[in-house]
Design a protein around this ligand. Sequence first.
Ligand SMILES: *Cc1c(COP(=O)(O)O)cnc(C)c1O
Length: 347
Amino acid sequence: MTSPSSPVEAADPFTAPFGTLFGDKITIARMEAGDEYRYSGSAEPMENFSLHPATHALHYGSTCFEGMKAFRQDDGSLAIFRLDDHVQRLAKTVAQLYMSVPDVELVTTMIVDAAEANAAHTPDAPGSLYLRPTLLGTQVNIGAAATPSNSALFYVFASPVGDYFAGGVRPLTIHVETETPRTTPQFGRAKAGANYAMALGPTLDAKARHGADQVLFASGGDVTETGAANFFLVDSDRVITRELDDSFLHGVTRSSVLALATDLGYEVEERRISLDELREWASRGEAFLSGTAAIIAPVGTLKLEGDTVRFGDGQPGPNTLRLRDSLTDIQVGAATDSHQWLTPIAG
Ligand SMILES: *Cc1c(COP(=O)(O)O)cnc(C)c1O
């Protein structure tokens, strides 16, 4: 069977759009009728696979994923950033979907095996090998709408990615959505496709009506996160982000930023952020988004209750860039990994 993408060797991850190039190896485990997940023990060729048209995930949303990166280190070796945290979060999401959770050891092995099998396709920093563990409910039964899938497919593939901001970091324009929520209360913390489907309408609407790149969800004035990234305020003294609860995704980048901010001597505040504070902060501070794909993305402009609110001169601020550099330095082995966030792998 032919690969749907162009051969990875021939393509340049620094010019290809994020997520459109794929490594040529995948690790796959299957779970049937409530039994254990079974993995062959090694990576296979990355090929199309077939699914019965009545597959549970295709009808009832029994699918979720993770996203993390392996970075080429300054010394030429490879390491995965915060592997254990991503594995733990996957387990929580799968449990939230009421499906059988694969063992932590199995998931870890399959991610490492997929990364090692695709290691040759890892671009140099600031590029990386993005790893995408994915789990699908594969029970063939369209009558199983109100029961979890008793079978599943779990796999890990890789995507060589360049710098998310090809041509330099560009500050984003963000629409603040105060009415429509990003997702439902019971799915806030789940890294599931369903959440992206729910955020799509408000995001397209914000693009069309406000020229916005992203939507910052703030139902009832409670500022949480965008469709795919956590939100921060920063100035030269303080780093502020929403306190953790079940309403939003607990980003691994978010937790990394908070740890580094503490290391760098910022005062860290995890608490609620109001719309008034956004306006007030814009007059003197900075804002940014955090997530694995873009790492840290500066916010230049907010569209807030009909107003256009600019942060500084609309350019990335010094504190945002400082936090971004301190994080990327650890990811590529240019700074000491004092939190032990890197897992070395072969390749
Ligand atoms: C993945 C994701 C994030 C960012 O999480 P990281 O672990 O930092 O990549 C934020 N919000 C949502 C909704 C996400 O799916």
